[in-house]
Design a protein around this ligand. Sequence first.
Ligand SMILES: Cc1ncc(COP(=O)(O)O)c(C=O)c1O
Length: 412
Amino acid sequence: MKKYSYKKSNELFERAVEVIPNGIYGHFSPAPLVPVSAYPFYIESAEGSHFTDVDGNEFIDYMCGYGPMVAGYKNKTIDKAVFEQYQKVDTVTGAPEVMVDLAEEMVKTISIADWAFFAKNGNDVTSYALMAAREHTQRKKIIRLKGGYHGVHPWTQSPDHPGIIFDDAKNIILGKWNDIDDLKRIIKEHKNEIAGLISTPYHHPIFFDNEMPHEGYWQEVEKICRKEGIVLIIDEVRTGFRIDERGANETFGFKPDLICFSKAMANGYPISALVGTNEIKSSVSKVFYTGSFWFSAVPMVASLETIKYLKANKGVEKMHDYGKKMEKGLVDLANKYGYDLKVSGHPAMPFYRITDDPTTKLHQQWCAECTLRGAYFTSHHNWFVSTAHSEKDLKLTLEIADDAFNALKKNN
Ligand SMILES: Cc1ncc(COP(=O)(O)O)c(C=O)c1O
């Protein structure tokens, strides 16, 4: 198979570092893409489950924009409604009509939701959830779990990160995933001080295997939070609308007070949402929170259409099935070449790791060889599947992976 090269991407990056700090920053930074020479940096176009970079290389996209794309780039159904709204109005001096429709759709779809509040980024709503929990309980402290990611606002970062001061995390307590004893210990040490517990519905850290909740874990957490008056906040910014459109808590059998959504809720258009129960609604109403672009209508239409599209097309089941088939295909191929490919997390956003080399060098090489042949795989982050991934994509992905394993074997 012919391998890709990235002349124009690299030229653009050289220009970028002169005028943009780090050239490309944040989660799109090339830093974790090892070896970096295997990855394109700049994208020209995208359609369905594929994107094409500025050098004309086409990829099957297994990162889906790191989550937002869920129903295919340029999805005709969603984009038809988006363009119609765009012709009418987007950001204007007042709230758009569709805001009410979207809130009603979310209340209808998400089992715990009695109301919905809209913002732009995931971190907007994880931070708002904290403020709401503090107002509701009149307490200061928040438990978050080690390895969990909730954005970049100072409270979410480690106090030793550049630009962060220890006071930013003064009222944040770090707990451990899947560890009820640890939770009980924290609560005992901070009796009547904890406002909220924020966690993803399952543990999906980067660089490490992902972990599902132990049997009974969430039921016990819910019971403890109710007893102690702690607001239970679930961060579904990454899992939302991929695991269960009613909320991943339905899959795991528990009821949080607040859920944060963003990424996949609008198929790539910028919007986030906090949903919650009536018990906490009046506290939420008291907390002032807004943004210049939070009332723009186009992303709201995109979200309304995305949610309807996923429900009408059994999107969650489709992504689950694709993820399962891909898992079987890739694991079988790994075995053929004598490698152990471990898969963790949910099939719609799996984390893969070749376990034969604890330094992850082998795994990095294999992901790079796949990317160089057109299946965009990262080695440090969970991948994402969309409803646009097809049988044809799967067949080509497995051919690419086969060739990449072959190259790996020859080079090691
Ligand atoms: C679980 C989780 N929470 C919160 C965020 C922050 O979202 P945003 O980057 O849109 O602020 C992310 C982003 O990746 C995430 O994965």
